[in-house]
Design a protein around this ligand. Structure first.
Ligand SMILES: C[S@@+](CC[C@H](N)C(=O)[O-])C[C@H]1O[C@@H](n2cnc3c(N)ncnc32)[C@H](O)[C@@H]1O
Length: 325
């Protein structure tokens, strides 16, 4: 057990991750390679540790951002429609945003709000709604509250674990990067940080994001029989976190994940440009690695020559599917 794990066991509550100043107990650990990968942009520090490389290197090669950047060719629609509530939205009959959610509020009140159940899409209140900043239907728009650590794994590159207990249904982190059009990505091949915004496909029962990380055209061709004409003609969008992103870009795939992906609309109402937020799928104890299901179908990812690509899975679950794709 290393020093940080000991610390986690005996006194995690006392460990300070405050912005710009982690506890001495952490800063004296030989495996600490960065005191805050967000460089003060998150309300709490996100430390990085590395026990595997010699010398222990820090994660590099990207710029930390806390809100999506928008590619120049994308025009994000303006906000609305919203609700006319005052203060916090409470009435499912009069609240215009509750109406969009099927006359329901998606979050349970109290404790910061937990998503009651996964939905095709969650409509949150936004900037033009009458309600205020503390409205219970703006849950995913709050800043990061859990202490997270980016750590070097033996066989998956970097991963992310929590130092805090995370209750089931709590929003953990938004997948942040550059909002781009799939067909305009110039670095799609081999890019491991592309998240396709595929709410429409999911709603239509077309399963996971099997086109991720593949050369878009080839993979799409190989699945063309599954994609109806409307979707084929639709521009598709993704979040590319390869050069700009937040801590979510380090979260690995798990075949039995403790996070799930939820599409959220909180300003405009264009489902193709939904925000992608990761929620706790269960109660997550401290020091557990965070994972979500990347959602690939096996043999669905092909290289530029049309050859099927395979990637071995090291999630470690008993029910591991053995391959990511
Ligand atoms: C979004 S990145 C996750 C962070 C990445 N581990 C890193 O070091 O930056 C996705 C890549 O991580 C690796 N990865 C994620 N989950 C994995 C798993 N369960 N088994 C093996 N490799 C995994 C794969 O190389 C994948 O393409």
């Amino acid at each position: 057990m290393n020093k940080l794990q000991e610390l986690a066991k005996v006194g995690m509550d006392k460990v300070n991750f405050m912005k710009g100043q982690v506890s001495r107990a952490i800063s004296s650990s030989p495996s600490l390679v960065c005191t805050d990968i967000s460089i003060g942009q998150e309300p709490i520090s996100i430390i990085a540790t590395n026990e595997f490389d010699d010398p222990p290197v820090a994660p590099t090669g990207f710029q930390y951002i806390t809100a999506n950047q928008i590619a120049s060719t994308i025009k994000v629609p303006s906000s609305g429609p919203g609700c006319n509530c005052i203060g916090s939205c409470r009435d499912t009959i009069t609240c215009g945003c509750a109406k969009l959610n099927g006359q329901k509020f998606p979050y349970a009140c109290g404790n910061g709000g937990r998503l009651i159940e996964p939905r095709d899409i969650v409509y949150e209140c936004g900037p033009i709604c009458g309600c205020g900043p503390n409205c219970g239907n703006k849950v995913s728009q709050k800043a990061l509250i859990y202490r997270l650590e980016v750590f070097r794994t033996p066989n998956k590159g970097w991963g992310v674990r929590t130092w805090d207990f995370i209750p089931s249904g709590a929003p953990v982190v938004e997948y942040i990067g550059v909002l781009s059009r799939d067909d305009e990505l110039d670095n799609a091949i081999g890019n491991e940080y592309i998240f396709d915004i595929d709410c429409l496909h999911t709603i239509k029962g077309e399963g996971g994001r099997e086109r991720r990380s593949s050369k878009k055209k080839s993979a799409r061709e190989s699945f063309s029989e599954n994609i109806d004409e409307e979707l084929e003609n639709d521009p598709e969008f993704c979040i590319d976190a390869s050069s700009f992103g937040n801590v979510s870009r380090f979260i690995n795939h798990g075949c039995v994940p403790n996070l799930f992906v939820q599409g959220i609309l909180s300003s405009h109402r264009d489902i193709r440009l939904a925000r992608v937020v990761l929620f706790a799928a269960q109660d997550i104890p401290p020091y557990q690695e965070l994972t979500y299901d990347y959602g690939y179908k096996l043999d669905s990812v092909v290289d530029p020559d049309g050859k099927i690509k395979q990637l071995e899975c090291h999630c470690g679950a008993n029910e591991c599917r053995k391959r990511l794709y």
